[in-house]
Ligand binder design. Structure first.
Ligand code: MG
Length: 277
């Protein structure tokens, strides 16, 4: 029989095991290469499938990055509406029997007496001066009698409110966020250790606009105490260290204009001192 390259490649199995020569194993390898190359056409088929998955992956990426803030927690602001009866009356709201709660995000903060830039979306931004509590430790389901242990400092804040937007949303029964939670809607002062005050429920505070007192209150007029608020809110929302509570505004709220100078006093100490730009 004439020997051809094909014949050489088709050596019998018995011959292969009897003579395991290098060239034999070479032939076997080349066979494998041949088999592998058969699989290659399948790969291009898989590639389009993989690229089809890509949009899903990119969709997951924002979620993953969203998880990161859990390790470096951003604070939140809890605010109480209508916590002084006279203020509830001046806006024709009923005096509440349970606290009215809303929130502002961390991006609402404005610190260091920096100017407040009047937003264009509202023609009726109101000042609301409020006593602000700083939460000192994590708390959920805090009993009222222990709530005093969950805040260590107090300060002043302005709960800037787009009253025109709020009015419109209230009439439609919609949430207030656009009127309350916008950027820099929560200027806050430096904070003072609460132990430096003899009685937290006899604190005078007031707001001067361009040197004229527009709002003044005393914490003895609060409808819901600081401790009640912490206990009530913590049934629903866990407090974390660094969260702030805006405890409500006394009567005298009003519109701010570009150029106004706001000065907020806690007792006789001026803590807020900034301009509307
Ligand atoms: Mg308020």
């Amino acid at each position: 029989m004439q020997s051809t390259p094909q014949n050489l490649n088709l050596r019998s199995q018995s011959d292969f095991y009897a003579n395991p020569k290098p060239h034999t194993s070479y032939l076997k390898t080349s066979n494998l290469i041949h088999q592998t190359s058969h699989l290659i056409p399948h790969t291009p088929n898989l590639l389009p499938q993989t690229s089809h998955l890509t949009p899903h992956t990119s969709h997951l990426t924002p979620r993953t990055s969203y998880l990161i803030p859990h390790t470096s927690y951003l604070m939140k602001i809890i605010a109480i509406g209508r916590n002084y009866a006279e203020h509830a009356h001046e806006l024709n709201n009923p005096v509440p029997t349970v606290p009215v709660i809303f929130m502002k995000p961390e991006t609402a903060l404005l610190k260091d007496n920096k100017p407040f830039y009047h937003p264009e979306f509202s023609a009726d931004i109101h000042h609301e001066i409020e006593i602000v509590l700083k939460i000192s430790k994590e708390g959920k389901h805090v009993p009222e009698k222990f709530a005093q242990n969950y805040y260590d400092e107090i300060g002043l804040g302005i709960d800037f409110t787009a009253r025109d937007i709020q009015k419109e949303h209230k009439e439609k029964g919609l949430p207030w966020e656009l009127a309350k939670a916008f950027d820099h809607s929560a200027p806050v002062s430096t904070f003072v250790n609460k132990d430096s005050f003899e009685n937290l429920y006899n604190l005078n505070f007031h707001l001067d606009v361009n040197g004229q007192t527009k709002q003044s209150g005393n914490t003895n007029q609060l409808l819901f105490s600081f401790e009640y608020i912490i206990s009530f809110v913590s049934k629903y929302i866990t407090f974390k260290k660094g969260d702030l509570i805006f405890t409500g505004t006394p009567a005298g709220v009003g519109k701010v204009l570009v150029g106004d100078h706001l000065a907020g006093y806690l007792e006789d100490t001026k803590l807020l001192d900034f301009h509307i730009r």
